[in-house]
Structures are given as structure tokens and as C-alpha cells.
Design a protein around this ligand. Structure first.
Ligand code: BG6
Length: 478
């Protein structure tokens, strides 16, 4: 369904995120027929480019990152007719009047702040000064949204000077992933799961976001952040909220976000011995974390595993184990719900221990499996085995599922539609930092040193022990 005609201004329009994600994503939406002919995309950055120069930049970005569609030169040309550029000085006056003359007041217009957070205030202020911050304007802001509670509050306050909360779209791209939204559909669209979705039936829940990549070229950002700020405070926290929240009354932005907020506020402080930090070591043919970030004394974690408790009626006593890390053996993001044993085994001790396990794979090969216990076929008597009911979405739903809209595309279209459901509200971000800050402060106070771990493995041994101590184990990374 096409969205309304719009103007989208991308501050940081020549930056890495614009090149890799935003512009190729917009092009894919254009090819899908979702962008009306009147839509206009304006890159805004410091470089002295003109419209033609920027179109060349966008063309290259599409060729490099838009996948199979990037072959279609006619479509690219048509898309580029909608693209323009204004050279702008975020901290000065240059370019703002020109931008003002290009943005059409009577259309939906959104300003994407794909810039360092230090510039958010300057840009918001100038949008206001030049009459671009009307009640109908929307702004999109990227993570990192602060580095602790104080800085997040300061950012929220800065934006609130010129924009209402309903105009602010804080991106967490995990919320734009197809299967992440599917979590809500699975939980609240089926009668099967929800009655069992509580401490009475669930033994524990695992959330894993494992990556094979290292810190790449982002060493200085990453070394000041670590896995806690880079992944846990936002992406894993959002997954935790969606898996643990109460059913919202409606699929509407505030109803959903109110419930997520309650989860974060119900998190218990984490015991230090329920946290394992790791840092990838050097290997025979690859540098270690400290060389990658060029900081030989870095104590920043590139791996984090932790055990959490949510103190409310639904989850009291059910642990949630979270882990994320770089340079691990597989790129896997999944949520695993391990149900409790049947209360009594009529098959006797020899039948062994069998549990229902629901694994929701976010990436790659999005899908779900549910391990069900059945009789082992054959004449061997009543022996039990677990078999997965396997639903890989691409198999079940055909190739369209494989080409599912990428996170950024979906989120940008939601901005244009004015739907904030998949965006973080200011109080959610603050609550997440309020939970994160004391943990990080504890590490600093104890001069905590992350455990080295082998590249291509499953993280530090201690993260296995975190589970083994409780008689549980992580699902294997594959
Ligand atoms: C980003 C983090 O937000 O998410 C990166 O800053 C991480 O460090 C990335 O690699 C993971 O995203 P995805 O979509 O590849 O799982």
C-alpha cells in the first residue's frame, strides 16, 4: 500500500548508515510501489555537493547495497528523480534557508538525524529557528540514544524543547525485523501459547544475539560502549520486553510501549555473579579485540551473558538468560522458551527427561521450531524422543518471506505513516538506562576485567557455567 506523499530529509545523508541502509532501503520501497510519485528525499550534509553529485552517491549506494534490484537501471533513474541535496552546516546558518524552500509544508515531512548525537540539539534548534519544526514534522533519531541515564535524559530534554513525544521516532532497528514483530503475532494471535506463558509452565527463557563479525572499523565508538551499551541496553532489552510483556489491550503505540515499560521497571538489579563479560582473544590468523580497537589496556566487553529476573506475578522465579557477543562461531539470533517438565512421567525413569522447547529464530533462516515429545517409532517399547515441529518461514510461506522488508525500510515507512508502535518512547529508553547504569558502575568500581574467549567459539567458559550451575544449558550456537 503506497504511503502519503512525503518529504524526507536525511541529515548525515552522505554517511555510512545512509549509504548502507537508509538509501538502498528507500529504493527497495520505491521498487515495491510504496513510494508515491510526489515523494522527495533530500540528503543534507556538510559536503559541498549539488543534486547531481548526490544522485551519483545514491546510485553507487544502491549498486552496492540494494541487492538484486540494483541491476535495474531504469528504476534507479526514476528513483533518483526524487532525490536532491542541500549542503548544510548543522552548527551554523549555511543551507537552512535553502532547505526550508525545498520542504513542502503541506506534506508529511520527516527529518532523519543520522548524525552523531552531539548534533541532535543543534539540528533540532535550527529546524525550529527556520520554521521547519511545525506540529506536523517528525524526527527520526538513531542509537546510541545516550550513554547513560543522565545523557539520555539530557537528549530527551533537548528534543522536547521543539518536538512533542508524538513527533519523535527513536529507532531500534531490531524492532523493524520481521520476526521480532512476529513475536507479538505468535504470542497474541494464538490461543496455544499464552496460557502457558508464565512462571508456572516456563522453566526459563534464553535470548541470544551472536555475531561472527568483530568490531570492524568502529573501534573507538565500540570501545567506549561495549556489548552492554551497544546491544543489551537496546536490542536485547527490546526482545526481552516483547517476550515478557503483558498483552496490550490494542496493537497501538502507547498500549504496546506502556507494557514494555512495565517489564523494564520490574527488572531486579542483577547480582554481579550473574554476569559474565568477555573479550575476544587474538587467534593464529586474526587480531584480538584490543588490537582491533587499538587499546592495549581495554577492559571493554565484546561478549556479555547475564541472568535476569522480572519481579511480577507472571515471571516470579523464572530466570531469563541473555547473551550477545562478537566473533562467535555463528550468526544466530534466537529466543528460546524452555517449558517445564511434565508434572509426572507415566513412562517411568527410563523414558528420560523431555521438555517442550519453543525456539524463535530471528536471523538467519527466520522461523520457529517447537520440540514435541513423541514415541520413538519402532518395536522398542515406550521410548520417547523429541522431534521439532519446524516452521521455516521461507519454506512455509514461499520466496516472498525471504525477501521480507528489511528493518530500516519498514521503520522509515512507519515514520511516514505516523505509526510509533515500533519505536522507543523516551521513558522506555530512560528506564533501560536506569537498569543498565548500576551494572556498569559496579564493573568500574570493582575494576572488572572481561574474560578472554576464543574467536569462533561460544564465548567464555564462565558463560556456560552461568547455566550449568542452575542445571541448564545454552542452546548450541549454529
Ligand atoms: C548494531 C550494533 O546496533 O546492531 C552493532 O551497533 C551490531 O554492533 C548490529 O553488529 C547487529 O545488527 P544486526 O541487524 O546485524 O543483527
Amino acid at each position: 500500500i503506497p504511503v502519503d506523499p512525503f518529504d524526507l530529509v536525511i541529515f548525515g545523508g552522505t554517511g555510512d548508515l545512509a549509504r548502507r541502509k537508509i538509501l538502498p532501503g528507500l529504493f527497495r520501497r520505491f521498487c515495491a510501489g510504496q513510494m508515491p510519485p510526489e515523494a522527495q528525499i533530500i540528503g543534507a550534509a556538510r559536503s559541498e555537493l549539488d543534486d547531481e553529485g548526490y544522485r551519483d552517491f545514491v546510485r553507487d549506494a544502491i549498486h552496492e547495497f540494494a541487492g538484486p534490484l540494483s541491476e535495474d537501471d531504469a528504476q534507479i533513474d526514476e528513483f533518483l528523480e526524487r532525490v536532491g541535496y542541500v549542503a548544510i552546516d548543522a552548527k551554523g546558518e549555511g543551507g537552512w534557508e535553502e532547505l526550508k524552500s525545498r520542504v513542502r509544508d503541506d506534506l508529511v515531512h520527516a527529518f532523519y538525524f543520522s548524525v552523531a548525537p552531539a548534533l541532535f540539539g543543534d539540528i533540532a534548534e535550527r529546524l525550529h529557528l527556520h520554521g521547519l519544526a511545525g506540529d506536523e514534522s517528525r524526527i527520526v533519531v538513531e542509537k546510541p540514544f545516550g550513554k547513560d541515564l543522565d545523557s539520555a535524559k539530557a537528549l530527551n530534554a533537548t528534543l522536547a524543547k521543539h518536538f512533542h513525544e508524538q513527533q519523535i521516532y527513536r529507532i531500534d532497528h531490531y524492532l523493524g525485523k520481521e520476526t521480532v514483530q512476529n513475536l507479538m503475532a505468535v504470542r497474541f494471535g494464538n490461543v496455544l501459547f499464552e496460557p502457558l506463558w508464565n512462571a508456572q509452565y516456563v522453566d526459563h527463557i534464553q535470548i541470544t544475539v551472536a555475531e561472527t563479525v568483530g568490531v570492524g572499523g568502529r573501534g573507538s565508538y565500540y570501545d567506549a560502549s561495549g556489548a552492554m551499551r551497544d546491544m543489551v541496553q537496546n536490542h536485547l532489552m527490546q526482545l526481552l520486553c516483547l517476550i515478557a510483556m503483558e498483552p496490550p489491550a490494542k496493537f497501538d503505540p502507547d498500549a504496546v510501549r506502556d507494557e514494555k515499560l512495565k517489564v523494564i521497571r520490574a527488572l531486579e538489579p542483577v547480582e554481579p555473579h550473574h554476569i559474565v563479560r568477555g573479550q575476544y582473544d587474538k587467534s593464529a590468523n586474526s587480531q584480538g579485540y584490543r588490537q582491533d580497537v587499538e587499546n592495549p589496556r581495554s577492559f571493554t566487553e565484546s561478549f556479555l551473558a547475564l541472568k535476569l529476573h522480572i519481579s511480577n506475578w507472571r515471571w516470579a522465579g523464572t530466570p531469563f538468560y541473555l547473551r550477545t557477543g562478537k566473533k562467535l562461531k555463528a550468526r544466530t539470533s534466537e529466543i528460546v522458551v524452555v517449558f517445564k517438565d511434565a508434572p509426572h512421567s507415566i513412562f517411568g525413569a527410563d523414558a528420560g527427561r523431555h521438555r517442550n522447547v519453543l525456539a524463535i529464530r530471528l536471523q538467519p533462516n527466520e522461523g520457529m521450531t517447537l520440540d514435541v515429545t513423541i514415541k520413538e517409532p519402532g518395536p522398542g517399547g515406550m521410548r520417547l524422543i523429541d522431534v521439532p515441529l519446524d516452521m521455516t518461514f521461507a519454506d512455509a510461506l514461499g520466496p516472498e518471506a525471504e525477501q521480507a522488508t528489511e528493518a530500516y525500510e519498514r521503520l522509515i515507512m512507519d515514520v511516514i505513516r505516523g505509526n510509533q508502535t515500533l519505536f522507543m518512547r523516551g521513558d522506555e529508553v530512560e528506564a533501560a538506562w536506569a537498569w543498565t547504569d548500576p551494572i556498569i558502575a559496579g564493573w568500574t568500581a570493582r575494576s572488572d576485567v572481561p574474560k578472554p574467549y576464543d574467536q569462533g567459539g561460544s564465548g567464555p567458559e564462565d558463560s556456560m557455567m552461568l547455566m550449568h550451575r542452575d542445571g541448564r544449558r545454552w542452546r548450541e550456537l549454529k
